[in-house]
Design a protein around this ligand. Structure first.
Ligand code: GTR
Length: 322
């Protein structure tokens, strides 16, 4: 049988068309630069999804907040404009009030304590809350302990009073800083360095890897080590995408998410140590808080508010109990 040129062309076009139809192009949002633990873990997620679905999902990873800042990305994921993202619980909780307790100061003692809860029953409850708001959690990532850092020396809580402190665009963080009698200035992550340089803010607060990766350490050399929030982060996909996936593809995405979380947590611990070493070498001074109880006492109204709120009370009690 002889096949005409026209026939071959039709055949290859049909194959191309079906391949194009079979490959879904998705977009993933990330605030961090290449090489950061979150970015590396997301890269591994993207690769694993592609591998285990035979290349049917082509996820393009946009690092460094290239698609917008975090509050904007939270809305974009909800509306299905982006498909995958890694969010910290601060900005995410403004869209999902049921997870606000996760931002409460001094709630978790360290990341191990946090993951005991997030990898268990409580994590399932938070995931259910997130899912009903449009976010399907595929892995809990580590945001570590956040501390304050300032341009001027800080030796105690009183030194922070009256300071302009940059916070994430997140209600709990804003309330926390007000209760410390300082002034919260909510700014997007990418604007903090310039704000510190220009004196628009005196201090900011973050974990060590971000303190280093953003270059904040170059201006705000005085770190007051409070670890006031042990902050969870989450790799999420939109429910819009999730609802379209087959049972097998859901399993592939979930497995890739879980694996990426394991990798992320390993990379995180190394990065915390490396950031401490690098910033110390560059002249950062670390003053450890001696006693957190005065700060904890100031947070009283914040704890009271979330205890009184029926959407958060049970979660709070569960964490306090263990
Ligand atoms: C980082 C976190 C980001 C973002 C940032 C900030 O530690 O990983 O998701 O929340 O802090 O302070 O804006």
């Amino acid at each position: 049988m002889r096949t005409s040129f026209k026939g071959l062309l039709c055949l290859s076009l049909a194959l191309c068309a079906s391949a194009a139809m079979a490959q879904a192009k998705l977009r993933a949002w990330n605030i961090h630069p290449d090489g950061y633990p979150v970015s590396e873990a997301m890269k591994s997620f993207v690769e694993q999804v592609s591998k285990s679905t035979g290349g049917r999902y082509n996820i393009e990873l946009f690092n460094s907040g290239a698609l917008g800042d975090q509050p904007k990305a939270v809305q974009m994921l909800k509306s299905g404009e982006i498909d995958v993202a890694e969010f910290s619980s601060g900005p995410l909780s403004d869209a999902v009030p049921g997870i606000k307790v996760l931002n409460l100061p001094f709630l978790f003692t360290d990341s191990a304590h946090m993951f005991r809860h997030l990898d268990g029953k409580l994590g399932e409850r938070f995931s259910a809350n997130l899912k009903s708001a449009g976010f399907v959690v595929l892995g809990w990532y580590d945001g570590g302990g956040r501390s304050f850092y300032c341009v001027k020396p800080v030796n105690n809580l009183r030194d922070l009073a009256g300071m302009n402190i940059r916070v994430q665009q997140s209600e709990v963080y804003i309330e926390m800083v007000k209760l410390m009698e300082a002034k919260p200035v909510a700014l997007p992550f990418k604007d903090v360095l310039v704000a510190l340089e220009q004196g628009k803010v005196d201090c900011a607060e973050n974990n060590l890897p971000s303190y280093e990766s953003t270059g904040h350490y170059k201006v705000a050399k005085n770190v007051y080590v409070t670890n006031h929030v042990i902050s969870p982060e989450a790799l999420v996909v939109s429910t819009k995408l999730w609802d379209k996936l087959s049972k097998e593809d859901k399993a592939a995405f979930a497995e890739a998410g879980a694996k990426s979380a394991i990798l992320m947590r390993e990379l995180w611990n190394k990065r915390v140590a490396a950031a401490l070493e690098a910033t110390t070498k560059q002249g950062s001074q670390f003053v450890k808080v001696k006693d957190v109880s005065p700060m904890v006492r100031r947070m009283g109204p914040l704890y009271g508010k979330y205890m009184a709120d029926p959407t958060t009370r049970e979660e709070l009690l569960t964490i306090i109990a263990k």
